[in-house]
Design a protein around this ligand. Structure first.
Ligand SMILES: Nc1ncnc2c1ncn2[C@@H]1O[C@H](COP(=O)(O)OP(=O)(O)OP(=O)(O)O)[C@@H](O)[C@H]1O
Ligand SMILES: [Mg+2]
Length: 246
């Protein structure tokens, strides 16, 4: 912990790498990588399609194990944890917004957001109360009874964000949360994520959209399965405008 700023490392990769076998060919999705994710910061992970962004985020989110190297969540190294223990680490420490959102089709917005709390063993009554307050945070209270297919892409995205933040995890990881959004909804979603980091959470956002750069405190650029640059954005402006001509 840095005593003056209160910044601490919430998650890190230490020489972590991910390789896949496809028939006889080995694909290196991510070469050995060192990165740190800090609380109170919004970290942007930027790079072209296929560069390894989702792989990097999935390692940080303990969705996959590294092929070699280490992934740390706080002061726990996850490589030797069983899948069951890892699921517990995920449930208590990480809110993940997947690229495909993964909302459960037959469940309403509210029921989707209640899911992680029910996995934690909360009563339905308590889970519902907290789910509704998470939906309120993302401006989706009026859609609580809607099923995913009755909502627009941007609305589903906001429900997915509510589901990720309902457990109040120290770290939020979002994979392309703005890909389906128009400029105005993009500003809403990014400002929500920025508020969460201002309130103390570690927030990491994967994108191929350089327009999101002004929201970031730190920018990790990924190219060809390799982190090519880590830069700090020292002049993060207070208000951000997004030009819709993309
Ligand atoms: N399960 C897998 N099996 C084999 N190869 C994989 C697997 N997952 C990812 N890869 C490969 O690893 C590389 C990086 O994939 P990744 O999903 O991390 O890219 P990305 O930067 O998130 O791309 P996009 O912007 O299109 O989502 C790609 O070449 C991909 O084909
Ligand atoms: Mg991806």
């Amino acid at each position: 912990m840095d005593q003056t700023t209160g910044h601490r490392i919430v998650a890190s990769l230490r020489g972590a790498t991910k390789r896949y076998m496809s028939g006889d060919t080995e694909i290196v999705a991510l070469h050995p990588t060192d990165v740190e994710i800090h609380n109170k910061e919004l970290t942007l992970i930027l790079g072209p399609s296929g560069s390894g962004k989702t792989t990097l985020l999935s390692l940080l989110g303990c969705v996959i194990y590294p092929t070699a190297g280490e992934v740390w969540i706080g002061d726990t190294s996850i490589s030797k944890l069983s899948p069951k223990k890892l699921a517990q680490v995920r449930l208590h420490n990480i809110g993940f917004v997947f690229q495909s959102m993964n909302l459960i089709a037959p469940l309403t917005a509210c029921e989707n957001v209640m899911m992680p709390l029910q996995l934690m063993g909360l009563s339905s009554r308590e889970a519902r109360k907290r789910a509704l307050s998470a939906l309120e945070m993302v401006g989706m209270l009026d859609r609580q009874r809607f099923k995913p297919k009755q909502m627009s892409g941007g609305q589903q995205q906001r429900v997915a964000i509510a589901r990720a933040l309902v457990t109040n995890p120290p770290m939020m990881l979002c994979d392309e949360p703005t890909a389906a959004l128009d400029a105005q909804s993009l500003v809403v979603v990014m400002n929500e994520l920025r508020n969460l980091s201002d309130q103390g959470k570690a927030v990491a956002v994967v994108t191929h959209d350089p327009r999101l750069k002004p929201y970031a405190d730190r920018i990790i650029t990924v190219e060809n399965g390799q982190v090519s640059q880590i830069e700090e954005n020292l002049e993060r402006p207070k208000t951000i405008q997004i030009d819709d001509k993309h």
